[in-house]
Design a protein around this ligand. Structure first.
Ligand code: GMT
Length: 394
């Protein structure tokens, strides 16, 4: 919905387009901003997967990297910075909003250095998690991550926990604004649940458990299988695993080894995520770390209780004992016990389901959160002394 109180801006959004929370957030944010009347330019090496039928206010700039035998690793960051500068020269941007610091924040900085001062957009970096907690801490990236944060005009983080960790680990001079992720509760909706869709995965009387991630080690996908294995000993249930990644094969192998292969369906990447999530009775997210846990929030919006690890920003999303349960990382036995309690104790599943949906709708509403991004854009533009120029727009 258009917010008349806000000036209309030209906003460049840079993201990793493939399956992953930061790309989802960046694309959904861009689409919401476009619906509010801003012109939104996406920059990436391929079309972000949640942007296919984009709004007329959206534009996509594909970053192509020339391959050359001399390059063992194609220099994507340079091609991205060049593309950003090229587009900013043709059509000045008010804001370059990069999602996931590496390598986007330094590309945005390089872009500003290539432009004349009057052509320079302000740069905002949204931190999503492992750009700070894992990749950014690696000695090969630490200095450049700190440098690019110090040279971003604004920094946001998706949870209070991640903001704190950023300040502690990178001792940046900047303040970090907390803007949580959001979910469209119209799209992620329990109304999509139907017996006929559930019957694609479950037999009558079975509980349907699910997991969604990019199957990286930080997600502890094998713990999903182990938790389900314990749960399945006592309850009739089926598990659907959505997504793919390096731990897909190990997860398949473990399911076979534990003798539960026929009770686990690996769906791979799914286009219509809400249609699958809304069929679940319970969502498992036993990650080593989550800065936020967008997949848990999407499940909650579908009215699905969550059992997850007590780590990172997950306690800010999943209210323990109200819309799910949080257990210590790797404690698969506690996760299975807590999951069984939700599924079988009188009235618990319904109460947790309602509370999960309610929390998602009230605390993580797109209208409110996107408005916070718009306010932050204006704050940074004003601080920079670069109020949005009408001739920049349109
Ligand atoms: O940090 C990552 O692992 C990458 C990122 C992604 O693109 O998948 O995930 C992070 O960003 C999401 C969106 O803000 C959060 O919901 C995830 O919790 C977070 N993942 C981790 O912190 C592991």
């Amino acid at each position: 919905m258009e917010n008349p109180a806000q000036r209309k801006l030209n906003i460049g959004i840079v993201c990793h387009p493939a399956y992953g929370g930061s790309g989802v957030v960046a694309s959904e944010l861009g689409l919401e901003l476009a619906a509010r009347g801003h012109q939104v330019h996406f920059f990436s090496h391929s079309l972000p997967f949640r942007v296919p039928n984009a709004h007329p206010n959206t534009f996509f700039h594909e970053v192509e990297v020339t391959s050359y035998p001399l390059f063992k690793y194609p220099p994507y960051t340079l091609a991205l910075a060049t593309k950003l500068a090229e587009v900013c020269r043709e059509r000045p941007m008010d804001i370059l909003h990069v999602h996931y610091a590496i390598p986007h924040a330094i590309a945005a900085y390089l872009c500003t250095q290539m432009l004349e001062p009057q052509q320079r957009p302000v740069t905002i970096t949204t931190l999503h998690g492992t750009d700070i907690t894992l990749v950014g801490l690696d000695s090969s990236f630490f200095e450049i991550t700190r440098f690019s944060l110090d040279h971003s005009d604004g920094i946001t983080a998706v949870s209070d926990q991640l903001a704190g960790e950023t300040l502690q680990r990178f001792s940046t001079r900047k303040t970090v604004e907390i803007v949580p992720n959001f979910v469209d509760s119209g799209k992620f909706n329990p109304a999509l649940r139907s017996e006929s869709k559930r019957s694609a995965y479950t037999r009558p009387g079975e509980f349907l458990i699910g997991h969604l991630s990019n199957f990286r080690p930080v997600k502890r996908v094998l713990d999903v299988i182990r938790t389900f294995h314990i749960l399945h000993r006592n309850l009739p249930a089926h598990l659907v695993m959505i997504g793919e990644g390096v731990d897909l094969e190990p997860a398949r192998n473990l399911a076979a080894e534990l003798g539960i292969k026929e009770h686990v369906t690996f769906l791979g990447p799914v286009d219509k995520v809400p249609e699958v999530l809304s069929q679940l009775d319970l969502f498992l997210l036993p990650s080593e770390y989550e800065s936020f846990g967008l997949a848990a929030l999407e499940a909650m919006a579908c009215g699905v209780p969550v059992v997850a690890s007590r780590t990172g920003g997950l306690p800010e999303v999943v209210e323990d004992g109200v819309c799910g349960h949080l257990c210590e990382v790797s404690d698969v036995s506690a996760m299975a016990t807590r999951a069984a309690e939700i599924l079988t104790e009188d009235g618990k599943a319904a109460a947790f389901s309602a509370a999960a949906r309610q929390r998602a709708k009230t605390l993580f509403d797109p209208a409110e959160i996107v408005g916070r991004y718009e306010d932050y854009y204006m704050q940074i533009l004003e601080k920079d002394g670069v109020s949005a120029q009408p001739e920049r727009n349109g």
